[in-house]
Design a protein around this ligand. Structure first.
Ligand SMILES: [Zn+2]
Length: 299
């Protein structure tokens, strides 16, 4: 958390070391960027010439892949759940984890999905480019259920870190947006607007964002600093202004207890998109990019 260095985790009786960058993002991409977690029959690479990041899309797990973890969780406990998520998404979407980045209540941020690959986090297409969200959006996810669990100071910093991390990647357009998943303007391949129909990334996170949380500067607080104390939770009754955009119609309260399976089904690849992703693509390899170049995994 916070400084360039190495994060050690124990998984399956072995120790793994992951490099963290200057923002404290732990690079677990090399662990997940393997056939075990991405169907080799699909070319997931985005040709570098069309690499474009048009938005950061905020998600939550809407639950846990094991026991609920708190700010005192160990890196190994978090890694266990990252692997469980990766296996789950690999089975159902072909690639896992479906996101690029995942943050935990401890404040740790893990890079899990390589920039330059299609992921599986948001259905449909971006309105202006008409390109699939899983190709032009980068998925930044908070572990847990942020419709039931509060935003904390550590999580707030972690979300800002995730956004800043994506902003440092190649291909980010000048007017790049940050959308909550459920409020993401979306069209289908015919250009028809539709709703993501989910309150992901959770009402507490959406309320925090509406209060301006995303634009607050990160502090250099340490666990002993009062700034680490519990963030004032946003009102979990928060709903966005009831505008008429089609994409807001499915965002409503009352879905806090939705099963994680419901959420994952919503963020999966729609059939048409799945075909597009699985169709033959340029065999161009995506080179190691940006921060990922300096990161590696030692076993
Ligand atoms: Zn989501």
């Amino acid at each position: 958390m916070g400084a360039l260095g190495q994060q050690i985790v124990t998984y399956g009786g072995r120790e793994y070391g992951f490099i963290t960058n200057g923002r404290g993002v732990i690079n677990a991409v090399p662990f997940f960027d393997t056939a075990e977690f991405a169907d080799p029959a699909t070319n997931w690479a985005i040709p570098s010439k069309s690499l474009e990041v048009r938005a950061v899309l905020l998600h939550h797990w809407a639950g846990w892949y094991g026991p609920r973890l708190t700010e005192t969780a160990t890196a190994s406990q978090e890694f266990d759940q990252l692997v469980a998520c990766a296996r789950d998404h690999r089975t159902r979407f072909g690639i896992g984890p479906g996101y690029n980045l995942i943050a935990f209540p401890s404040g740790r941020v893990w890079a899990v999905g390589r920039h330059g690959t299609h992921r599986a986090h948001t259905k449909g297409r971006e309105v202006k480019s008409m390109r699939p969200w899983n190709e032009v959006g980068r998925g930044a996810c908070v572990a847990g259920n942020l419709s039931e669990e509060p935003m904390t100071q550590r999580l707030a910093q972690a979300v800002r870190t995730m956004v800043a991390e994506v902003m440092s990647w190649p291909g980010v357009i000048p007017d790049v947006a940050v959308h909550e998943h459920g409020l993401t303007p979306t069209v289908n391949s015919a250009g028809t607007k539709y709703s993501q129909a989910t309150e992901c990334p959770g009402r507490a996170l959406s309320a925090w964002r509406a209060q301006g949380g995303l634009t607050m500067p990160n502090t250099q607080a340490t666990p002993d600093d009062p700034a680490w104390k519990q963030y004032q939770p946003g009102p979990v009754s928060y709903e966005p202004e009831p505008l008429q955009e089609v994409w807001r119609q499915g965002y409503r309260v009352g879905r806090a207890h939705q099963a994680r399976d419901d959420h994952d089904a919503l963020m999966g690849l729609v059939p048409g998109l799945l075909e597009a992703v699985r169709s033959p693509r340029d065999a161009e390899a995506t080179p190691p990019i940006g921060i990922l170049r300096q990161m590696g995994m030692a076993s």
